[in-house]
Design a protein around this ligand. Structure first.
Ligand code: RIB
Length: 304
């Protein structure tokens, strides 16, 4: 069987993005601007980011038969992602309602729509692609049954960015090499595994994930970079200092760029160093996929 590069089994969303001065309090109404639909979904974002960084990428997912299906897949197509595993269903396309505040921070509500059909039976119809994957990249925006089936069929390296943190079978999750999470997600993953870390310090969280049985971990720390951990060492990965405009999908840019470098044969440290620069670049532009660099872009440098 020929191997098929990076395979992403994940979500495809239409992002409805609204800019606000600050995030509203519960019960409060604020005036905003924007209201555009842009392509998003953690699965699609990571697929696009990996493809723009030169990886061969296949997407397995679903959209609806509505007006959002086209805009949500536009950049997947133009980035050259293989879309033969993307179904058009009778339901609506996944929708993310995103507010972005002046400092670039976002809050997101996702309505799954067609992403809810990416379950075990759908994933099993793509068994050949999954068996032939060099790297399988998963997130947490599809049903747990689809997630588990994909890990079972995976013929290559499994990279998991469990965002958002959904309840998945323990044995399926522990196959991740690495598990990729931010500090908040790492805490929830440990909770799901029945582990209480001694503190919320990044080093402690990373070590607790390794102690839980993960072969490796990438803990993303936003403006503070990342920590790459294996049983042998924990390595700090710096990130360039940038003026953040919109952090939406910056973590997805990191994940996609990271697997693109793994596919090229780089080790996790080199892959994370590159991914940090790609993630920082993404935070300097508006939207998720629309802000991702290709291989010709001038990435920000880590200084000092
Ligand atoms: O990580 C950012 C993404 O989260 C957005 O594109 C939105 O669709 C949600 O899935």
């Amino acid at each position: 069987m020929s191997m098929s590069g990076v395979v992403v089994v994940g979500s495809i969303n239409a992002d409805l993005v609204v800019r606000v001065h600050r995030h509203p309090h519960p019960g409060e109404t604020l005036m905003g601007s924007g209201g555009n639909i842009t392509p998003g979904g953690k699965g699609a974002n990571q697929a696009v980011a990996a493809a723009l960084q030169g990886a061969e990428v296949t997407m397995i997912g679903a959209v609806g038969s509505d007006a959002y299906a086209g805009p949500s897949t536009e950049l997947l197509h133009s980035a050259g992602v293989n879309m033969t595993g993307v179904a058009t269903t009778a339901t609506t396309t996944g929708l993310a309602v995103i507010t972005v505040s002046k400092d670039g921070e976002n809050s997101i509500i996702v309505v799954p729509g067609a992403n809810a059909t990416v379950d075990e039976s759908y994933v099993r119809t793509h068994a050949d692609t999954l068996v032939g994957a060099d790297i399988l990249l998963l997130q947490g925006e599809i049903p747990a049954s689809g997630f588990a089936a994909a890990t079972e069929l995976c013929g290559g390296r499994l990279v998991v960015n469990l965002a958002p943190v959904i309840e998945v079978p323990r044995e399926a999750l522990l196959k991740a090499d690495p598990i990729m999470a931010n500090e908040h997600e790492a805490g929830l993953i440990l909770e799901q595994l029945g582990i209480t870390p001694e503190s919320g310090e990044p080093q402690v969280l990373a070590q607790s994930l390794l102690d839980a049985g993960f072969a490796s971990v990438v803990l993303t720390l936003g403006a503070h970079g990342a920590l790459v951990g294996t049983p042998a060492e924990l390595v700090e990965i710096p990130t360039p200092k940038i003026e953040a405009v919109d952090t939406t999908g910056a973590g997805d840019a990191f994940a996609g760029a990271f697997v693109a470098k793994l596919l090229e044969g780089e080790d996790m440290i080199a892959a994370a160093q590159h991914a940090a620069r790609v993630g920082a670049y993404a935070a300097t532009g508006h939207g998720a996929q629309a802000s991702y660099p290709d291989t010709t872009a001038q990435l920000p440098e880590v200084r000092g």
